[in-house]
Design a protein around this ligand. Structure first.
Ligand SMILES: [Cu+2]
Length: 147
C-alpha cells in the first residue's frame, strides 16, 4: 500500500518534470557487462544523454537508424560520451565489440515518429549480429501502439 502510494507520487512528479517546457534533463546510460542499462531510453528533445562506465565498450550510432538530420555519434572504445539530442525520433546504437552479445540499444527522443520506417529499414538492411536491434525496435513500436 505504502509502496503503491510512493509509486504514484513519483510517477506524478516524473510526469510533471516531463511536461515542463524548456527544462532539459540529463540522462545516464550505464554500460554494464554486456548490456546498456536501460537498453531503451525515452528522453525529450534538447535533453542530454551520457554513456558512462564505458571501459572496454563503445557506443556507435547505426547509419540509417537515426532521424534525418541528426548527428551520428561514436564514442570510441573506452570513452564515456555525452550527447545532446535535439531531433525527434528513434536513435539505434551498438557497442561494436559486443554486438554478438546483444549489447545494443535504442534512444527515443520525443515520440518515435519514425519507428515504422526505421523498422522497415532494419528488417531489410541489417545483417548478422546487427539484427539484434530489431527486437529493441519492435519493443519501441509496440509501446508506441499501446500494445
Ligand atoms: Cu560493450
Amino acid at each position: 500500500m505504502r509502496f503503491a502510494r510512493l509509486f504514484s507520487c513519483s510517477l506524478a512528479a516524473l510526469l510533471a518534470l516531463q511536461s515542463q517546457p524548456g527544462q532539459a534533463a540529463e540522462h545516464q546510460l550505464n554500460a554494464e557487462a554486456r548490456v546498456f542499462n536501460p537498453d531503451i531510453l525515452y528522453v525529450q528533445p534538447g535533453d542530454t544523454v551520457s554513456f558512462v562506465n564505458m571501459t572496454s565498450h563503445d557506443a556507435k550510432s547505426v547509419d540509417g537508424l537515426i532521424p534525418e538530420g541528426a548527428q551520428p555519434f561514436d564514442s570510441g572504445i573506452g570513452n564515456n560520451l555525452t550527447i545532446k539530442l535535439d531531433i525527434e525520433g528513434t536513435y539505434a546504437y551498438v557497442c561494436v565489440p559486443h554486438i554478438g552479445f546483444g549489447m545494443v540499444g535504442v534512444i527515443v527522443v520525443g515520440k518515435p515518429v519514425d519507428i515504422d520506417a526505421k523498422m522497415e529499414w532494419a528488417q531489410a538492411k541489417l545483417e548478422g549480429p546487427y539484427r539484434r536491434l530489431i527486437a529493441k525496435l519492435l519493443k519501441v513500436q509496440r509501446t508506441a501502439k499501446g500494445e
